[in-house]
Each structure stands twice: as structure tokens, then as C-alpha cells.
Write a protein that binds this ligand. Structure first.
Ligand code: WTA
Length: 671
């Protein structure tokens, strides 16, 4: 324990819900300076910070000119006059797919591998940039022939197969914003996203492979559209698993018929820099998911810049692998746009890490000679649990940079990642960002930053972040508070689709003129930032954002449930796990219609149906009362204490102070 880094002045520290081991964060004093060898070849340099500080927008304008090809160069950099609605490079024009694909082919890089696809069952496909250009052009022509024009929205509900990347780029090519819905979401969740974005086209597959078995997707699309979706005219279906599918004539179209028959010549549509590139729904503090939307020029600039500098990408020699699905923001920025804009060669893998064996990921690293690996702490902790002899059976010596994203990484997992996967040699970049920020915001720079296990450390050059107290005052070093972003950045969200007021309320009303991220954080004595987890009603399960309110709404929509409260309880592997407390309707409770096991199973299945299997509560506890303040707000903090088997904290603000005893007694009873 070092005295200097103890969390002393943390009075202002919010009630952050962190991941395992976070309480020890600030006592961590191991340090890893970059090796001279790495630093000598690194893309990033220390002087970038000062350079960017001197003229933040100017720094980004330089990056935009250097990393992106513009059909009409911009003359304006940042327009913040209508804050918090930013416009970056607004008079420039460009096309995202042209930047990600065509220009590499035009500049003689057509033979470079863009994608090494590894199917779960071991089937593989290699697509060069020239192949990608042909496939994306065909898909763009096919979608256009189905009536998709610039500005129309396209919903994508696909497994992680090359067609997912091709579809996103084909949409970008015609200026049709895509809305990718993670394949693990239910028909219900898909339906609400299709309706909110008024999608014209849905692109899906018969199914994908999960844990050695085909897992259907098309039935969820059918079910979602049966609920009514007047905007949707067609569904394009990729044949992946060969499962039988229901077919709606006139609406459904096979990919291999429509796309394969289309011409491979397509002219990318130039759009304004501020043209929406995509919508991605994410959980907020209320029940309804937010359609975060990003535009083109600023987003691509920061995606490319961060991918190049944070991962030290050398496009000619590196083999990059980000394990995220394209259903999440990490898959958008660090599978599709960042790497392809930079002309990288990358691996995409369809399946789970333990199919058909627990060494699958390491086998893939060995097979393709992966040099840069970007994954989530939950995956690292799972591998730790499986034991280090599994990765030790594979040759991982190609790895040279390791990244982490999605939740705070506890120092123990960080050290394991470095030692076992990185041979005690590779720099680790712990990258903090959000769906809303579009790209990495806080991270060490490999070759520059002396790293600290568990800390995301410093805002990138050109990014302004701070930790503030309740009154928006920056906390001193050693203090804790809320993470905020104090200056606009190129990849920032431009709003919530169709709801500008909610955008202002959610991010810009907590503090005046600064962006509230929703995360608790501390600054150590060096001023480095340590993330502590969410301070709002958002949970982080395996790096996936889930809203407590959304799961509560799903639970009370079941006829048995009168009231529900959901908390994220610390979980050794997944960071947090969903624990639900429910009050059953009196007829159900009294009639003893259901025993605890049946209630648990029925409600878990119900949540999976309403939202998706990822939202299933780990545990559902039936209680007689819920702890509420006098104003009726559920005190989740107390429920978290119960869920984490801790002594229940201060309950003096409860309207009825006996409630916690009641809950404790009820839970002590055998089911
Ligand atoms: C959390 C994922 C600590 C955080 C890119 C944030 C992290 C939320 C980190 C966004 C990190 C992400 N350290 N916490 N390195 N990265 N988070 O929108 O709570 O799925 O607000 O974006 O994940 O999740 P999202």
C-alpha cells in the first residue's frame, strides 16, 4: 500500500458500481515504462500532447487531412455555435466506403488481405481489399435496386460473417445510415429499433453458428416485422447455416440471388461530412434504448487516428484482431471503420472462445500470426479462470500490442494479460470510451506512456477529459468524482435519433456546458484517471451495457410480476451480473401457483424474449417489499448490498426502515 495513492479525499466520489477488485485500484503501484525498442518504432510521439493542446481543432484538422480522402476538402473545422450540437469539417464531402476500400485498391493495395474470416466451425474466407471492393459494390447495387437511397436507414441483424462488414460498407457507400442490431437481441428489441429508425431494408441471415450449433436469426426478423413495420419494404437474407426459413414472397430476397447477380461497378455517393453514417442503440437510464447517431467526417477521422496511434498499427505488417461483434460500437469503430480506413489486415471470428475447445482464440492468434489483440476484461478473466496452461500451448510470440475495452480492468487481470498473453513484453492499452464518444478517448499511448495496471490514464492528444465533483469543479489529484469531457471531439455523437431534447438532458444537463459520461472516476497523484464504473442505472455485464430500468420494465410486463428492481452485482467473471428483486402479484404469491425455481426460470426466459439472452438475470429473488425512499425512489444501493452478500449499508432514508429486515428474513428462508 502506498500512502500517496490511497483514496483519501473521496468524499465527492459517487456511488460507482465497479468491477471485481476495483477497491484495490489506487494502491496499485506497479509501473511499466515502454521499452526503448518499442518507443523507437512507435507511431505515437510524446510531443503530440503539446501540439494538440496548442490548437485542439487545428490538430484534428491536420489528422482529418492526413488520414481521410475528401472529394471536396473542408475549409471549416469545428462549428460549436449550436452547442451541444457539434459540426466538424462541415463543408467537406467524402464517402466512408471509398475511404475504407476503394482508395486502397486505387493506390495499389488491392492484393492486401483485408479480412481473414474464421467461422466457428473452422470454415475460412480471405478477402483482399480488391475482393472487398467488388463485394461492397455489388451489395450497394443490390440494395439500391431494392429502393434504398441516400438517407434511408438499413437495419442489420447478422452474425459476425464477412457479409456484416460488407453490408455496413455498402450502406455507407450509398449514404444510407445503418443500424446494426446485435444478433443476441430478441425480436422485441429488434422490432423497437426498426420502428424507431424507420428502416427501409433489413439485412439478416438464416442464422449463425454459436457454441457448435446453428442459431437462427431469420425467425426473429419475421416476428419483429409481424408486429408491424410499415417502413420496411424488403428483407435480404444471407444463407449461412442452411436452416429452413419461412419466406414472405415479395418481401424476402436471398443475398446470393440479389447480390451475386448485381454489377460490381458502383460509384460511391459523396455525402457531407455531417451526413449520418450510422445509428447504434444503447442502453440508457430509462427503459427505451437510445439511438446514438454518428456522422461521417469527424467520426472517421478519430476512428482512423486512434486506431493508428493507440494500437501502433503498421498496416503493411500487422495482423490485427478485435474480438468484438459488429453489433457493438467497438465492432463499428475497431472492426469496420478504423482498421479498414487504415488499410489494415485483420481477423474476424464468428464464434465463442471455447468452441470447440478453450484454446480457440490462442489457436487463431497462432494461425494468423496476430500482432495486435483488442478484447474485453471479461474475456481475460474467463481465460484466467480456465488456466494459463491453455494459452501456453500456443505460439503467441507474434503479439506486440494488447488492448482492453468495455469495463474497468482490475490490476490482477491486467497483469495476467501482460504476463501470460503478452510474454511480459507487450504494452497494454486500457482504452476508455463509449458508444457516444464514437472512438477511444482515454488511453495510454504505446511507446510513450509508462503504464499502470488498472488505469486508462490520460486523455489522448486532442481530447479534454476531467474528473469533477458535484459542483462541476475539477477534483484535486487523489480525489474522486464524475468523469466529464470538457471540449467537443470529432467522433462525438451528434445526438439521439429523433430526440434532440433527450440528448441535451442525458449528457449536457448534469453539468453546464460539459459532457457527463455517466462514469465515476478518480485521479491519482500523477493526475492519471482510474475508471470506477457507472454512476447511473446502467449496468455493465461482460462489457455490454444494460439498463436496470429496461430489465425492470421487461419483468413487470410479465403477468406474475407486480414490481421489480434490478441491480448489477459484482461478478468475478462478467464484471457485473444482473440480479432482480421481484414482488409477485398477490394471487400468484398467495395461490402458491409457482415455486421459486419455476418463477426464476419463467421470468429469466421472459427477459430473454423481451430483450435478449444477454439481459437474463443471473438470479431472481422474490421479496415482499422493496426498499424505497420517502419520495418513492428504489434504493438500489441497499439491494446491491444484499445481492453481493454484504452487510446492508445506511438505510436511514428509507420510508419504512423494516423493509431491509423483511428482505433479509425472506431470503434466509429456504425456497
Ligand atoms: C465502460 C464501449 C472502464 C464505461 C466502448 C463506459 C470502461 C461504458 C472502459 C461504455 C474502460 C468502457 N475502463 N470502463 N477501459 N471502456 N467502459 O457504450 O462505463 O458499450 O461508460 O462502449 O463502458 O460502454 P459502451
Amino acid at each position: 500500500m502506498t500512502e500517496r495513492s490511497a483514496p483519501t479525499s473521496n468524499e465527492a466520489a459517487p456511488d460507482a458500481q465497479g468491477s471485481p477488485g476495483l477497491e484495490n485500484l489506487l494502491t496499485e503501484d506497479r509501473r511499466f515504462p515502454p521499452s526503448a525498442e518499442f518507443a523507437a518504432q512507435a507511431n505515437a510521439t510524446a510531443d503530440a500532447y503539446a501540439w494538440a493542446n496548442a490548437d485542439r481543432p487545428g490538430y484534428w484538422a491536420d489528422q482529418a487531412r492526413e488520414l481521410i480522402s475528401w472529394s471536396t476538402p473542408f475549409t471549416q473545422t469545428l462549428d460549436w455555435s449550436d452547442a451541444p450540437f457539434a459540426r466538424w469539417f462541415a463543408d467537406g464531402r467524402l464517402n466512408a466506403a471509398y475511404n475504407a476500400v476503394d482508395r486502397h485498391v486505387e493506390e495499389g493495395r488491392g492484393d492486401r488481405v483485408a479480412l481473414h474470416f474464421e467461422g466457428e466451425g473452422g470454415d475460412t474466407r480471405t478477402l483482399t481489399y480488391a475482393d472487398l471492393l467488388r463485394e461492397v459494390s455489388k451489395a450497394a447495387n443490390a440494395f439500391a435496386a431494392l429502393g434504398v437511397g441516400t438517407g434511408d436507414r438499413v437495419a442489420i441483424y447478422l452474425p459476425l460473417i464477412p457479409e456484416a462488414v460488407i453490408t455496413m460498407l455498402a450502406c455507407a457507400r450509398i449514404g444510407a445510415p445503418h443500424s446494426v442490431v446485435f444478433g443476441g437481441f430478441s425480436a422485441e428489441a429488434l422490432s423497437s429499433r426498426i420502428l424507431d429508425a424507420e428502416a427501409k431494408l433489413v439485412v439478416t441471415a438464416d442464422g449463425g453458428f454459436r457454441r457448435g450449433k446453428p442459431s437462427a436469426l431469420k425467425p426473429a426478423v419475421d416476428e419483429a416485422l409481424e408486429k408491424g413495420a410499415p417502413s420496411v419494404s424488403h428483407v435480404v437474407v444471407v444463407r449461412r447455416t442452411g436452416q429452413p426459413v419461412e419466406w414472405t414472397a415479395g418481401r424476402d430476397v436471398w443475398w446470393h440471388e440479389a447480390v451475386d447477380a448485381a454489377s460490381s461497378q458502383h460509384t460511391p455517393v459523396d455525402v457531407d461530412a455531417e451526413h449520418p453514417l450510422f445509428i447504434l442503440y444503447t442502453s440508457g437510464t430509462t427503459g427505451k434504448p437510445k439511438g446514438i447517431f454518428h456522422t461521417t467526417g469527424g467520426y472517421l477521422t478519430q476512428a482512423a487516428y486512434t486506431h493508428l496511434n493507440v494500437f501502433d498499427l503498421k498496416p503493411e505488417t500487422d495482423v490485427y484482431w478485435c474480438t468484438a461483434d459488429v453489433g457493438w460500437i467497438t465492432g463499428h469503430t475497431y472492426v469496420v471503420y478504423g482498421p479498414l480506413i487504415n488499410g489494415a489486415t485483420q481477423v474476424i471470428y464468428e464464434g465463442t472462445p471455447d468452441t470447440p475447445h478453450r484454446g480457440r482464440w490462442w489457436e487463431i492468434v497462432q494461425k494468423y500470426g496476430v500482432t495486435i489483440l483488442y478484447t474485453a476484461p471479461t474475456a481475460i478473466r474467463t481465460c484466467m479462470k480456465w488456466g494459463e496452461e491453455i494459452p501456453s500451448n500456443f505460439d503467441l510470440s507474434s503479439l506486440r500490442v494488447l488492448g482492453s475495452v468495455g469495463e474497468p480492468i482490475n490490476p490482477e487481470a491486467w497483469m495476467w494479460y501482460r504476463r501470460v498473453i503478452g510474454a511480459d513484453r507487450t504494452p497494454i492499452v486500457d482504452t476508455w470510451w463509449q458508444t457516444e464518444t464514437g472512438a477511444i478517448m482515454i488511453s495510454p499511448l504505446p511507446g510513450v506512456t509508462e503504464t499502470k495496471p488498472g488505469s486508462a490514464q490520460v486523455p489522448l492528444p486532442g481530447i479534454a477529459a476531467d474528473v469533477v465533483d458535484d459542483d462541476a469543479q475539477p477534483v484535486p489529484n487523489g480525489g474522486g468524482g464524475y468523469l466529464v469531457l470538457t471540449e467537443p471531439w470529432p467522433a462525438m455523437l451528434r445526438g439521439i435519433w429523433g430526440d434532440p431534447e433527450r440528448y441535451k438532458d442525458t449528457y449536457w444537463s448534469r453539468f453546464k456546458d460539459i459532457y457527463f459520461a455517466g462514469d465515476g472516476a478518480k485521479k491519482d497523484d500523477d493526475g492519471d484517471i482510474w475508471l470506477l464504473g457507472r454512476v447511473d442505472d446502467v449496468m455493465n455485464v461482460s462489457g455490454h451495457r444494460l439498463s436496470t430500468t429496461e430489465i425492470e420494465s421487461a419483468l413487470v410486463s410479465h403477468p406474475w410480476v407486480a414490481e421489480a428492481a434490478v441491480v448489477g452485482a459484482t461478478d468475478e467473471t462478467t464484471g457485473q451480473a444482473v440480479v432482480a428483486f421481484v414482488i409477485l402479484r398477490s394471487d400468484v404469491a398467495e395461490g402458491n401457483a409457482a415455486d421459486a425455481a419455476t418463477v426464476q426460470e419463467t421470468l429469466r426466459t421472459h427477459v430473454a424474449k423481451e430483450i435478449g439472452p444477454i439481459a437474463k438475470p443471473r438470479q431472481i429473488l422474490v421479496v415482499a417489499e422493496l426498499p424505497k425512499t420517502r419520495s418513492g425512489k428504489i434504493m438500489r444501493r441497499l439491494l446491491r448490498d444484499v445481492a453481493e452478500h454484504r452487510q446492508v449499508g445506511d438505510s436511514t432514508t428509507l420510508a419504512d426502515s423494516s423493509v431491509m429486515d423483511l428482505i433479509a428474513q425472506g431470503l434466509a428462508k429456504p425456497a
